[in-house]
Design a protein. Structure first.
Lengths: 243, 281
């Protein structure tokens, strides 16, 4: 408990430092000025989202291969945390786009694919809520997660062929690209900080899911014992009533 | 479950579908064709070696043929699924013309999109009963007990849904062309190619998710919710390649056709890999 408190405090400090660095240390961008500072968290959220969804994909495959419940718990944690990161990214994107591009939203390849990604994993969470049987819930949602993960490259490719407006990769995009050294340091700090927050939430969510599973199992055990006891007492009375 | 129903014989697989095998003429031919297909791919020596076990274990293609025959027989007794699908897609097409009142040029531009939206919506409704109706009498358990691979069950259902969807399209496309003043002359074969590739992708993913949503509450609502976002790449590719055919100079867009084929292959492979988990008890 104490260790967890310390780690949480450390991550909180880290994200505070990252916020300070992004707002005050990073240099002003030449054309976009202050609004560009949203970039440090926008990019960091996408990075964290990809990591979370990758964890979910890996855990789904691992669940189908091994059949162990802990992988299912990790899968659902990955998806939930990924959806949160995705939502933050989808909100910060338009906030940045409106002053810079002049529009809130555009149907470009990256934006559209992310939106579909978000919809797919929201559907995953809905699916989990609508299946009662825990075994079925785990295996079917793992199958859906794998299908959804396979779909994402295709969505991206289709939209890429179709139309695109989002800026080309700036950091490693060949000639003329690249960030100011201070900017890239701040960006790295932000990437790391948001990743740590994501990891912390993910681990906590995983623990919670494990506890929930344990709780459900214990409840089931108590109930099945209770029904046995009830059956033993009730049967003679029922037989009497029947006669 | 009655005694002896788990016995390993071809008859059980058939019995789970309907009452009498002879009330529908098609199955025999389909089984003969299905029998011949694996011979094309399996070397003769290996084929002979498998002869001994074939009595016990049906080959996937044979079993899929039997499942397909059962599905067809079930559907053609009532034809209600097919009728409902065609009428639903027709309603979408008609409502669209009220909502947008398109001119001739506009229908050429929006027509392909509308056509595929209608197919996708109709498909996501039509594919729902595919596995859901196996739940009423728990006939899926009987299918699972048969000595066939789970991919055979899935493949049989995919093929059946593909046939239903294609029949619906066969009715809808000419009606659509008449209502929106589009000429099909000269592009029929190319259009069929696009329709086949698109419909195959739709039925493969749709049948898989019909098996997923069959176990959930509110499955009628859940299936479109799972399926439609997943089908966006298919929709884009199918609409783009259909628009290229309806343009002033009809042309077959090879990039999008390749994309459609890629989509079909990726999801058929994924279904093949995951079908044991999909249909496991």
């Amino acid at each position: 408990m104490k260790a967890r408190f310390t780690i949480t405090a450390l991550v909180a400090l880290l994200i505070f430092c990252a916020g300070y660095a992004a707002l005050f240390i990073a240099p002003d961008e030449a054309t976009m000025h202050a609004i560009q500072r949203i970039f440090y968290f926008h990019v960091a959220c996408w990075n964290a989202m990809f990591c979370a969804f990758f964890v979910a994909f890996y855990a789904s495959v691992a669940y189908l291969v091994t059949g162990k419940r802990k992988w299912d718990a990790l899968g659902v944690s990955g998806v939930e945390v990924g959806v949160i990161c995705c939502t933050i990214g989808l909100v910060t994107g338009p906030l940045w786009a409106r002053p810079v591009w002049g529009i809130w939203w555009t149907w470009d390849a990256k934006l559209t694919s992310t939106f579909i990604l978000w919809l797919l994993f929201i559907a995953y969470l809905l699916l989990r809520g609508l299946i009662e049987d825990p075994e079925k819930k785990a295996s079917l949602s793992a199958i859906f997660a794998i299908f959804a993960s396979l779909d994402i490259p295709l969505v991206y490719l289709a939209n890429r062929l179709w139309r695109t407006q989002h800026p080309q990769p700036v950091i490693a995009g060949g000639q003329g690209s690249g960030l100011d050294p201070t900017m890239s340091k701040v960006l790295l700090l932000c990437l790391f900080a948001v990743f740590c927050v994501m990891l912390l939430v993910l681990i906590d969510r995983y623990r919670l899911e494990q506890l929930r599973n344990e709780c459900a199992e214990l409840k089931f055990e108590i109930e099945s014992q209770g029904i046995d006891a009830f059956d033993g007492a009730a049967t003679p009375a029922l037989q009497k009533g029947g006669q | 479950m009655r005694r002896g129903e788990g016995r390993c014989s071809q008859f059980d697989v058939r019995a789970s579908g309907g009452r009498e095998p002879q009330d529908f003429a098609c199955p025999k031919q389909i089984i003969v064709i299905a029998n011949a297909v694996p011979r094309l791919f399996i070397p003769a020596a290996l084929w002979r070696a498998r002869d001994a076990e074939r009595d016990l274990l049906l080959t996937t293609a044979q079993a899929a043929g039997i499942i397909l025959a059962k599905e067809l027989r079930l559907e053609f007794r009532t034809r209600e699924l097919l009728t409902a699908t065609v009428i639903f897609a027709l309603v979408v097409v008609v409502l669209f013309s009220f909502a947008f009142d398109p001119t001739a040029a506009e229908s050429r531009r929006y027509g392909p999109g509308l056509l595929w939206i209608a197919f996708l919506f109709a498909g996501s409704l039509m594919l729902n009963p595919s596995f859901a109706r196996e739940q009423n009498n728990e006939t899926l358990d009987a299918l699972r007990m048969a000595p066939i691979s789970s991919f055979a069950i899935l493949l049989g259902k995919i093929l059946a849904n593909f046939i239903f969807m294609s029949l619906a399209e066969l009715v809808l496309v000419p009606v659509f062309a008449v209502l929106y003043n589009l000429s099909l002359a000269g592009i029929v074969w190319r259009l069929i190619l696009v329709l086949v590739l698109g419909t195959w992708g739709l039925t493969v993913t749709g049948t898989v998710f019909s098996a997923v949503s069959a176990h959930a509450r509110m499955r009628e609502l859940l299936l479109p919710l799972l399926l439609l976002p997943l089908l966006t790449p298919l929709l884009i590719a199918a609409v783009e390649s259909t628009s290229a055919l309806f343009a002033e100079q009809p042309a077959l867009d090879r990039t999008w056709l390749a994309f459609l084929a890629g989509f079909d292959i990726v999801f058929l492979t994924a279904s093949w890999l995951l079908c044991d988990h999909l249909l496991a008890e």
